[in-house]
Ligand binder design. Structure first.
Ligand code: FAD
Ligand code: 2HG
Ligand code: ZN
Length: 473
């Protein structure tokens, strides 16, 4: 057996060092089935000290390490390359909830705790943890932090960075930084915490976190509204915000093509409108007060928009079950896309005011670089974040479409560049977008990022080839 694997077995025990191909398989492919790698071992440490010991051993032997949480990355961030050199370090056994403080409004957890569990524990304590996304049943807090996850409630509560107070991190050489403070104010120098959040496992292994909790929203109102296009959706966003202010929690956009795709593949999804619209938004308000009053506020706001011709049809959920059914549609998108084919994925952000114009320009650019290809456009419109997916033309082979994708992606990202947007709003760079970094980032930004990487990980062992291009690329 490989010497490194032997040493790791000595540290973690045989049960927690996977070397057989069939045991490793689930850790070596990403959720989309786009990337596949190999590894000398997949290790499953059960404590911060064990993570530290693994890192020390790998650093001494100059072995690359790929951190992995729930393995739901949309950008190939947690999949090793094909060299077979890497050790995949799965954090799933670091799954203790360390402390809940309902008075201080914080929860302290190990990095491997699944997001849905944090939501549940917060709820059991009469509090609320707002991060919410389609993969919440399997993604982990460590992965959410490393990716700076967004999701469907960013509009009101912010991204994972804004939901975090403290971190515990194991550095590439095995040292442990205990930054697990629950302070809301701390001006004692550089924000190391924020450096690790969003670093995609390239600077350190996050082993624990202190997260913010919030008051539980006692009332929710959910609506599904038909609109003509992205332009109307942006206008509607402004109108609902004027009427509902900070109660606006989610504002999710889907085109008619996207809705049709969902209904084709997700059999328990039902459209709550009389006819298939050109586009639709899912709106959610939340509040501390009376649910009926909140629903009436949403209803009267939407009625005014119907009278103005901005909303073409709308359904308001009358109870939690109906609200869930509305969300089932939105949450089915990624699965429907995977079932349909191999989409070119873009996760872009821009000023909300640019969205309508971007969609028109991107559709035209796609038409020019991949005739017949099908844009499936949806996303967190309220955050200026669209998931601009593109499916092959009907009947086109995956290989023929794949040959067009680099040009197509370049064209979509050029449209984003012209609007001072970002080529990744929430899914990260991973492997998927790494070749774009030298094109999209200013040289000074890339240089600073490389210098920081060199300072923390001089041998380049942590998640190589992700986020930053390898220097020989
Ligand atoms: P992984 O996929 O295991 O890893 C993600 C990255 O973090 C990798 O680079 C990995 O190396 C690194 N990493 C993981 N754990 C650690 C750690 N402890 N320390 C250091 N680095 C680590 N994302 C959104 O932002 N918003 C959405 O709405 C959203 N919806 C999704 C819906 C579906 C159906 C799916 C499949 C994914 C969705 N995602 C979304 C993407 C994904 O779920 C998030 O990026 C999530 O935060 C990843 O968590 P994970 O535990 O699965 O991380
Ligand atoms: C979502 O918002 C996720 O549903 C996934 O971020 C997006 O599959 C995608 O492109
Ligand atoms: Zn998203």
């Amino acid at each position: 057996m490989d010497e490194v694997a032997q040493e790791l077995i000595g540290l973690l025990g045989e049960a927690n060092v996977l070397v057989a191909k069939q045991d490793q398989a689930p850790f070596l492919t990403d959720w989309l089935g786009k990337y596949r790698g190999t590894a000398r071992a997949v290790v499953r440490p059960g404590s911060t000290d064990e993570v530290s010991a693994v890192m020390r051993a790998c650093a001494a032997r100059r072995v690359p390490v790929v951190p992995q949480g729930g393995n739901t990355s949309m950008s190939g961030g947690a999949t090793p390359d094909n060299s077979g050199q890497a050790v995949v370090i799965s954090l799933q056994r670091l799954n203790r909830v360390r402390n809940v403080d309902p008075v201080g409004n914080t929860i302290s957890v190990d990095a491997g705790v699944v997001l849905a569990k944090v939501q549940q524990i917060a709820q059991d304590a009469g509090r609320f943890f707002p991060l919410s996304l389609g993969a919440e049943g399997s993604c982990t807090i460590g992965g959410n932090l490393a990716a700076n996850a967004g999701g469907v409630a960013v509009l009101r509560y912010g991204t994972m960075r804004e939901l975090t107070l403290g971190l515990e991190v194991v550095l590439p050489d095995g040292r442990i930084w205990d930054g697990l403070t629950a302070l809301r104010k701390d001006n004692t120098g550089y924000a190391l915490r924020d450096l690790f959040i969003g670093s995609e496992g390239t600077l350190g292994i996050i082993t624990g976190a202190v997260l913010k909790l919030f008051a539980r929203p006692l009332a929710r109102a959910t609506a599904f509204a038909a609109v003509e296009d992205a332009n109307a959706a942006v206008t509607l966003l402004g109108a609902i915000r004027d009427r509902c202010g900070d109660r606006l929690t989610a504002f999710e956009f889907m085109t008619g093509e996207c809705l049709a795709l969902i209904l084709r593949h997700i059999h328990d999804a039902r459209l709550p409108l009389a006819a298939m619209p050109q586009a639709a938004v899912l709106i959610e308000l939340s509040d501390q007060n009376d649910e009926i009053a909140l629903r009436e506020r949403l209803e009267s706001g939407l009625m005014e928009c119907v009278e103005q011709g901005l909303v073409l049809d709308a359904a308001i959920a009358q109870d939690g079950t109906q609200a869930k059914a509305f969300w089932r549609i939105r949450e089915g998108v990624s699965e429907a896309l995977v079932r349909e084919g191999k989409a070119a994925k873009h996760d872009v952000s821009m000023p909300v005011s640019s969205i309508a114009d971007f969609v028109i320009a991107a559709d035209a650019a796609v038409g020019a670089s991949a005739p017949g290809a099908r844009p499936i456009v949806f996303g967190h419109l309220g955050d200026g974040n669209l998931h601009y997916n593109v499916l092959p033309a009907p009947g086109q082979s995956d290989a023929d479409f794949a040959a067009l994708v680099p040009d197509l992606t370049r064209a979509v990202h050029d449209e984003i560049g012209q609007r001072r947007g970002s080529i990744s709003a929430e899914h990260g760079i991973g492997q998927l977008r790494v070749s774009e970094m030298p094109i999209r980032k200013a040289p000074i930004e890339l240089e600073l990022m490389r210098q920081l990487k060199g300072l923390l990980d001089p041998a380049g062992l942590l998640n190589p080839g992700k986020l930053l291009p390898l220097s020989n690329d």
